[in-house]
Ligand binder design. Structure first.
Ligand code: SF4
Ligand code: SF4
Length: 364
């Protein structure tokens, strides 16, 4: 049997009650039951009973954003994210991974990122070059910021400089292992990347993870694998909040009213909800949009945009609809990935700002 006993038990734990149907960001925009946790559990339970793990079923396994909304809402405490990742690994071990996913995995092995981009841009390189090479604090930018959203990375570095933080950024920063963990699950390749990166993190007292995706793997997945990072790992938002509370950053409050897009990885996986709101309350007025905090709706990702661009357009549009209905002046993000996907679909009458742009604006 292709599916392991552990995954089988997890799949069997689904009661197919469909109480989670309304919260899947992918299922909601495609309108297809196959994209809900229930639909996926149904098809995998057939595989478990002898139906072939077809290309179509494997594709479906990669249509899940692993956003955890279904896990958070499941009536029976069932974890669809766990079995989805387990089936990705088992598919790979049996040569069933879709070719376009294999390309992303090959790219990670060759370039360190799933996009196959070599090196980083000149401006970001110069910004990193302006920092001291050794410091107690490592600011870990993450793959998406470095190769897909250098403007975000530069703004975040500028903000830490304004706070007078003595920190460094690695010129050749390795991947945290987030992408391999997402695409392959708990494979030996994933463990090896995490182990190598942990050896580098051990050289610092504090590691501030700019991307919630990296913070999540450092704080959760490394622990699960028994990989010691040594350093005290903090999310960027919690660190930024400390800097404001300690008076190292003193933003002036403006009349702008914003809504915050909770990154699922922060709000659900790391249960960090208040920090970003405290930062925003120091700078602007805040409102909440439909489904926030732990109930947040994932808005899209740069990674999935590589193979499901039309669906990412729809997930971003759906979240913009929620933001627009509040009448807020701006939607604020704390995830590079969501910032980039939302920016492609930004309506004219509302701003899109990252949390560092909000704080930088208050310092001007
Ligand atoms: S994932 Fe949970 S809520 Fe959804 S159908 Fe299965 S048991 Fe029901
Ligand atoms: S993890 Fe997110 S995208 Fe995947 S089935 Fe659950 S709610 Fe849908």
């Amino acid at each position: 049997m292709l599916i392991s006993d552990k995954s089988k038990n997890t799949i069997d734990a689904c009661r197919f009650c469909w109480m989670c149907r309304h919260i899947c960001p992918i299922g909601n925009v495609t309108g297809q039951e196959r994209n809900t946790a229930r639909g996926r559990a149904l098809s995998l339970s057939m595989v478990e009973r002898g139906v072939e793990l077809s290309f179509d079923i494997m594709e479906n396994v990669y249509e899940c954003a692993l956003c955890g909304a279904c896990t958070n809402d499941c009536a029976t405490g069932f974890d669809p994210v766990e079995f989805t990742k387990a089936v990705r690994l088992e598919g790979a071990l049996n040569g069933k991974t879709p070719e376009y996913i294999n390309t992303l995995i090959d790219n990670i092995e060759v370039t360190g990122n799933p996009y196959g981009i070599k090196g980083i841009g000149i401006e970001l390189k110069a910004e990193i070059g302006s920092l001291s090479e050794s410091a107690d604090v490592l600011f870990f930018l993450g793959v998406d910021a470095r190769v897909k959203s250098p403007k975000s990375a530069i703004n975040a570095i500028k903000l830490l400089k304004k706070a007078g933080v003595e920190f460094t950024v690695l010129t050749n920063e390795p991947d945290s292992g987030y992408f391999m963990d997402t695409l392959l699950g708990k494979a030996e390749e994933t463990r090896q990347i995490m182990k190598n990166t942990a050896e580098i993190l051990k050289n610092y007292k504090t590691v501030v993870a700019y991307d919630p995706a990296d913070a999540k793997v450092f704080l959760r997945e490394y622990k699960e694998w028994g990989i010691d990072v040594g350093a005290n790992v903090k999310t960027f938002t919690s660190y930024l909040n400390e800097l404001i509370k300690d008076g190292k950053l003193k933003p002036k409050k403006s009349n702008k009213t914003v809504v915050f897009q909770d990154p699922a990885l922060l709000a659900r996986d790391l249960e960090e909800i208040q920090e970003a709101r405290e930062i925003l309350n120091a700078c602007v007025n805040t409102k909440e949009m439909l489904l926030f905090g732990k109930e947040t709706v994932w808005a899209g990702s740069i990674l999935m945009n590589e193979y499901l661009p039309k669906v990412m357009t729809l997930t971003a549009q759906a979240r913009w609809k929620n933001a627009l209905s509040t009448g807020a002046d701006a939607l604020v993000t704390a995830s590079v990935s969501e910032y980039e996907i939302l920016s492609k679909e930004k309506p004219e009458n509302i701003e899109l700002l990252s949390i560092e742009e909000i704080v930088l604006g208050g310092l001007e």
